[in-house]
Design a protein around this ligand. Structure first.
Ligand code: ZN
Length: 134
């Protein structure tokens, strides 16, 4: 597969409003608004950093994946997202290699990107997201 760059780093927070105080208020990263992805029970906010971004994730439901993550591990670094040229080809390749996936097929994430998650059991404990933007 062809990985083009680190697309973003995902950080689980209790509150995007509070998170904004540090990432925008202290570090000066531009805040470009928040977006709710109902299917994932999460509100996300992206802060551009050069070619990459910081993504804050706030759960909108106690049983969502981000709420469960915070329950187990606390707030903080949650996933790394790599931008790939062709996510369908990347997933095919990973399946051929027997890599455990959370998403067998790409789905639509924040900003309309096509995304898929690899299982942390297959990566040494880090949640890895692949992401294709057209
Ligand atoms: Zn992400």
């Amino acid at each position: 597969m062809k990985i083009l760059q680190i697309d973003h780093l995902g950080i689980a927070v209790n509150s995007i409003d509070e998170g904004k105080n540090f990432w925008s208020g202290v570090l000066g990263l531009p805040f470009q608004g928040a977006e709710t992805v109902s299917e994932q029970k999460v509100t996300t906010a992206f802060f551009p950093v050069g070619e990459s971004e910081v993504e804050l994730l706030e759960s909108i439901s106690a049983d969502g994946p981000v709420a469960k993550f915070i329950e187990k591990k606390g707030t903080g670094f949650q996933h790394i997202a790599f931008r790939v040229e062709d996510i369908d080809a990347a997933l095919r390749e990973l399946k051929e290699k027997g890599v455990q996936l959370i998403d067998q097929e790409p789905r639509i994430g924040a900003g309309g990107a096509r995304i898929a998650f690899l299982h942390p059991k297959a990566t040494g404990g880090i949640l890895v997201e692949l992401c294709q933007r057209d």
